[in-house]
Design a protein around this ligand. Structure first.
Ligand code: GRF
Length: 226
């Protein structure tokens, strides 16, 4: 059974493809009384993934909408969009969602759609980011939360977290270190967004409220150094 939802909180949908550990952190944050958003819907493009079970166990509506059930990418996206509309959401978070969304989809959610990516963008868009960071000899690596725009992993960056690349790291050890910071950063950014402290401007820039009032100390939720 779905949990009782809280009027007054922004309604958030999360798209996943697998484990859903970032989704879980967003959902847990949403259960705090003073957090301005709550996860009301989780959609996976794969059946039987751990993230769907996690959402269900937390009393969150969880849907599998697999691509193979639809004749085309457009039909698949229409099904996802219909489910998002029906849930009456304010924001959508991509969290390990392994599909490239079409321009039409992105336009419909412009400014309300964010993603977490496991690299310090604009470095290493796309896949295998941890291998690529090690291969490139990077001494630091991390993750980025950004508004989603049409270019893959190119939208305006809202916040980033930085971790060291240690001697002897392989992709798994580095991924684990980055994932720990993803779990801190993503709920911080959703809080900023849902409370109106950051928005995407028409020319696709991330604009922070403290910049508008000339605050000289940027909010620390824009970066996390561990
Ligand atoms: C995370 O590293 C995320 O940044 C990337 O895929 C991974 C998903 O992990 N896009 P989870 O499903 O949130 O556990």
């Amino acid at each position: 059974m779905n949990k009782v939802e809280h009027p007054g909180k922004k309604r958030v949908g999360v798209l996943i493809s697998g484990t859903g550990s970032n989704m879980k952190m967003l959902a847990q944050a949403g259960q705090e009384d003073d957090y301005p958003a709550e996860v009301c819907l989780v959609i996976s493009d794969k059946r039987d993934v751990k993230g769907l079970q996690t959402a269900q166990d937390m009393g969150i509506k969880a849907l599998a909408i697999p691509k193979k059930d639809y004749a085309s990418k457009a039909d698949h996206e229409s099904a996802i969009l219909a489910a998002l509309d029906e849930a009456n959401l304010d924001y959508v978070c991509l969290a390990g969602f392994m599909r490239i969304l079409s321009g039409d989809f992105i336009k419909k959610w412009s400014g309300k759609l964010i993603n977490i990516h496991p690299s310090l963008l604009p470095l290493f868009p796309g896949l295998h980011t941890h291998d690529r960071a090690i291969e490139a000899g990077c001494k630091v690596h991390g993750c980025s939360v950004h508004f989603v725009t049409e270019g893959m992993d190119e939208g305006p960056i809202i916040a980033q977290a930085v971790v060291p690349v240690l001697p002897g790291d392989d992709a798994d050890s580095l991924a684990g270190r980055v994932l720990k910071t993803e779990h801190i950063l993503y709920p911080q950014v959703l809080k900023q967004l849902a409370s109106g402290h950051v928005r995407m401007t028409e020319d696709e820039k991330a604009e922070f409220s403290e910049d508008l009032i000339g605050e000289d100390k940027p909010d620390q939720s824009r970066y996390l150094i561990s």
